[in-house]
Write a protein that binds this ligand. Sequence first.
Ligand code: MLT
Length: 204
Amino acid sequence: MSELSFIHRYVPATEPGRPPLLLLHGTGGNEDDLLPLGQIISPGSALLSPRGKVLENGMPRFFRRLAEGVFDEEDVRARANELADFIIEARDAYGLEPPVAVGFSNGANIAAALMMLRPEILAGAALLRGMVPLGDPPKTDLAGKLVLLVSGQLDPIIPADNAARLAAQLTAAGALVNHKVLPIGHGLSQADIQLCQTWLKALS
Ligand code: MLT
């Protein structure tokens, strides 16, 4: 479906009361990637899954980077605002409550930027392999927002201190951050799924 401002997939809820999920793919992914994950971690939730608009050598992303782990922060800000506006459109079009973001890698990073720049947009966020998207984020009030950050101890892309800094930034803004570090790399695992399931149950 593509009438709204992002190419996206939308799957309506089949279980009332479950939070809608905003699914945000990693570099080179698309709007189909995380639908199975969304269905497994919160069966019956409405799923909203946009495709990132930035292309890096043909690979969709949610914002521009200058090198691996080095972000174009001006673009991060512009793209997070553009995505926030899409979420408002989609909530209106589909009649949705504020969604919980579930983002992987680049998708986790744009979700973190969304929280810091437009704190009213998301009800919470599961950031799978997230890192700091903004070195100097604006002062934001995330009081009471729940965030799950899942890092990989062996992740070759995200240094442990970077993930810890993201947790600290969100905590400083008042979010209730649960930071788990798994003994794995950048890819998702069964343990990520279980952590998301447990965290989402506590949230609804
Ligand atoms: C990024 O946003 O660039 C991620 O942290 C790494 C990736 O998406 O490959």
